[in-house]
Design a protein around this ligand. Structure first.
Ligand code: F6P
Length: 360
């Protein structure tokens, strides 16, 4: 799936914890592609040994030394037909055979709901699998946190802080669109941390009239600018989530809501409005110490799970400890922002508008 800051910390941790037990460790490039299509890699090395030297000094690096793909689902692999059309082919058995031929006894798969669902599928077909939760979106239900989220929130907060300069200098509305898929965690946390005036999240369908009224009230109080943070998956009360399109073998791509909100707010308030889409910037860069530590804890816990004879489980954070939950349970339900959680109540107490009209 998508890269997330902290992935390299997991890879380093798995490698060292396994090697310290005398086990061999290999990395598969680009999801399962390295195993399925070795001919696409230099010297046919789609699968390569992960050594102590190979993982030295990588915990602070963004991205992943293994590479990734979000078009490599072996259960629905996209294959182009001679006439140019695409079909999705189930390559599960072929993949399991390749694991066997490579002498791989167990797989540690690091991913969000999509990758962990594939991991569970392979586990159900006989492969020994341990999952490690990864997503900047923080939308996995059975773990309190996923690595990548803290870095994304931290960077989004910094960007919003910086956008205050132009908003205040020019008396503008600035709408900041952030990632998060169908969950509003990144928008909520960064918006609150940076002091946004409105935050629109998928869990609270929005109407822009109350947002415009909040902006007008601020104007009357002498604050000529406003910052609105919009989650890419935010939905208007009378509309649908906005998408950019869907390519074969890929999940739906969300986007476009930030510009739509900025245009409409300009119409409603008469104020100059601009939109900034942070997009993949939130996935890049060096992980925060929180995400590095979480990645290291998750990676070593995955190795301990194998040592303890576990199978078909995901490593999960259940503070103060790391625990294990069945993979199937981990991907059954998405973790959304509860509209009555204390963070939302705090935001409302501060006067932040969610595009609705709360009772008081
Ligand atoms: O799940 C992580 C994430 O960054 C989402 O926040 C976003 O909607 C999606 O991935 C974007 O994926 P891609 O990199 O394929 O555009």
């Amino acid at each position: 799936g998508g890269d997330a800051p902290g992935l390299n910390a997991v890879i380093r941790s798995v490698t060292l914890a396994a090697r310290n037990r005398g086990w061999d460790v290999v990395g598969i490039r680009d999801g399962f592609n390295g195993l399925m299509f070795p001919e696409n890699y230099a010297n046919g090395r789609g699968v390569f040994e992960l050594t102590r030297d190979g993982v030295r000094g990588i915990s602070h690096l963004g991205g992943t030394i293994l590479g990734s793909t979000n078009r490599g689902n072996p259960t629905a692999y996209p294959v182009q037909q001679p006439d140019g059309t695409w079909v999705e082919v189930d390559r599960t058995h072929e993949l399991l055979e390749l694991f066997d031929q490579a002498g791989i006894d167990a797989l540690i798969t690091v991913g969000g709901d999509g990758s962990l669902t594939i991991g569970n599928h392979l586990h159900e077909h006989g492969l020994r699998v341990i999952g490690v939760p990864k997503t900047i979106d923080n939308d996995l239900d059975k773990t309190t946190a996923t690595f990548g989220f803290d870095t994304a929130v931290d960077f989004a907060t910094d960007c919003i802080d910086r956008l205050f300069s132009t908003a205040t200098s020019h008396g503008r509305i600035i709408v900041v669109e952030v990632m998060g898929r169908y969950a509003g965690w990144i928008a909520l946390h960064s918006g609150m941390a940076a002091g946004a005036h409105s935050i629109l999240i998928p869990e609270i369908p929005f109407d822009l009239q109350p947002v415009a009224e909040t902006i007008d009230q601020r104007e009357e109080r002498g604050a000529k600018f406003s910052i609105v943070v919009v989650a890419e998956g935010a939905v208007p009360v009378d509309g649908d989530v906005m998408t950019i399109g869907k390519s074969v073998g890929q999940a739906e791509r969300l986007g476009g809501i930030g510009h739509a909100v900025a245009d409409r707010l300009q119409e409603l308030t008469g104020k100059e409005s601009r939109c900034v889409v942070l997009g993949h910037l939130l996935r890049g860069g060096s992980p925060t110490s929180v995400d590095r530590l979480l990645g290291l804890r998750f990676g070593a816990a995955a190795v301990r799970a194998l040592e303890e004879g576990r199978d078909g489980v995901m490593v999960a954070l259940d503070p103060p400890t790391v625990t294990y939950v069945p993979l199937l349970e981990a991907v059954t339900r998405m973790k959304s922002v509860p509209p009555d959680c204390d963070t939302i109540l705090t935001a409302r107490d501060l006067g932040i508008n969610f595009g609705d009209r709360p009772p008081h």
